[in-house]
Unconditional design. Structure first.
Length: 157
């Protein structure tokens, strides 16, 4: 690989470039400082796809997604209610799907598997409320169509 391409890839993967490129939550689409009907802090954070207690954490772009505080807390299993309903948690399979769709150049299952003692799950679309929120906040994003819930076929009469 030519030295200029190596330098370009390194600069593309820097934390500053990652934050600038994703100035919104990769799960629900809310922008930095955005506000919606869920009364919860929504500041953006880099979240590790793999890592956690007792495991090394890498600040390598292949290991990161940008999440608002709400989605990050849901990812860590925090129980959060909105309008009397519990919000569905965001698990590893959802983060894998999000990373593969929004940051495919840096989606590397083999690299992630190296840092996880168990087998990585199959990637799954995030919960419906997050998909609907993403489509509302990011209507012009190329990935908005991917976040839209699939239409269920009507039963034949």
């Amino acid at each position: 690989m030519a030295l200029s391409r190596i330098k370009q890839k390194l600069s593309d993967s820097s934390p500053a470039t990652f934050r600038a490129e994703f100035d919104y939550c990769m799960a629900c689409g809310i922008p930095q400082g955005g506000y919606d009907e869920i009364n919860y802090p929504r500041n953006l954070e880099n979240a590790h796809i793999v890592g956690g207690p007792g495991r090394n954490r890498q600040d390598d772009r292949r290991h990161l997604v940008r999440l608002c505080r709400l989605c990050h807390d849901l990812n860590h299993g925090r129980v959060i209610k909105s309008k009397g309903r519990l919000l569905v948690t965001l698990d590893l399979a959802h983060l894998l799907w999000i990373k593969s769709k929004l940051d495919p150049k840096y989606y590397d299952r083999e690299e992630l598997q190296r840092w996880l003692p168990k087998r990585l799950p199959r990637a799954h679309r995030p919960p419906r409320w997050q998909c609907e929120s993403f489509a509302r906040w990011r209507p012009l994003c190329y990935a908005s169509a991917l976040f839209m819930p699939r239409a269920t076929p009507k039963p034949k009469s």
